[in-house]
Design a protein around this ligand. Structure first.
Ligand code: BTN
Length: 261
């Protein structure tokens, strides 16, 4: 089924492996093509993780952007933009305790409610196709063991239900608005908005897991390309381009044991 929500054209499926994979296979799709499924049987997260995608409970959506940017450094704010749009859509629905964990995880009361999988398909700088996959846990009443400690949903947090289509349409509106901002070249307002929505942006003690090392320190804002600045314990200021961030409790005594939240 095709649904028109300008500038987006939504291709709706009852079930798919992964909306990102479906969109990737649609070679000739124009910008603002959007694929949505009620259920994913092979939903993918970052770092080759699976994304739990039970039928009808969540929003599983991918959109195609053609950023026409000659600079890869301009792309990370598009992922941040998606998490900002999710956070704003939740806040607008009266959800309390909304936060964003760098780079693109939206949390409610410290648990993950949404993630973004950004995948670039390119056959040259002028023909970059960016697939932004967004998963939002909306009406899930529970999660499988192993996920329930870290994942949450709109329903679990608020006790209410949300209409998935209404949420989808509002989220797409917000993404479209922020994308106009990005195209004007003012990524800084996306970064500013991200920093205002996130308790991780500044002054937060965190541990950052990189490919081959772990750093502990205090966050010191994002760069204008969306990288995370970290004042590492011991003095150095590092710019983190990719890594996993976890909060360290302020009262944790590093010499005894590290407490991750
Ligand atoms: C993450 O936080 O690890 C990213 C999760 C992204 C999940 C979404 S659901 C829709 C789209 N299709 C996928 O297979 N993954 C993304």
């Amino acid at each position: 089924m095709i649904i028109h929500r300008p500038p987006f054209t939504i291709h709706h499926f009852a079930t798919l492996g992964s909306t990102n994979d479906q969109l990737k296979a649609m070679d000739a799709a124009p910008e603002f093509t959007c694929v949505v499924a009620d259920e994913q049987t092979a939903g993918r997260g970052r770092r080759a993780r699976a994304w739990y995608s039970s039928p009808g409970d969540g929003l599983y959506l991918s959109i195609l952007l053609l950023p026409r940017s000659d600079s890869a450094s301009k792309l990370p704010p598009l992922g941040l933009m998606a998490s900002v749009a999710v956070a704003e859509t939740l806040v607008e629905r009266g959800v309390a305790g909304v936060d964003i964990k760098w780079p693109n995880d939206t949390l409610i009361n410290g648990r993950k409610v949404s993630g973004v999988l950004a995948e670039a398909v390119s056959s040259g700088p002028e023909s970059l196709r960016l697939i932004l996959g967004v998963g939002v846990n909306l009406n899930h009443r529970s999660f499988p063991p192993g996920l329930s400690e870290t994942a949450t949903s709109f329903a679990i947090e608020t006790g209410g239900r949300v209409d998935v289509e209404e949420f989808r349409d509002r989220l797409l509106e917000k993404i479209a608005q922020w994308y106009v901002v990005w195209r004007r070249g003012v990524s800084t307002s996306i970064i500013d908005r991200w920093q205002r929505l996130s308790t991780y942006a500044r002054g937060q003690r965190v541990v950052v897991t990189l490919e081959d090392e772990k750093l502990t320190g205090v966050t010191d804002g994002l760069t204008e390309t969306g990288a995370l600045r970290l004042a590492v314990d011991g003095g150095a200021l590092r710019t983190i381009l990719a890594g996993e961030v976890a909060k360290l409790r302020k009262d944790a005594d590093p010499s005894v044991r590290q407490s991750y939240v």
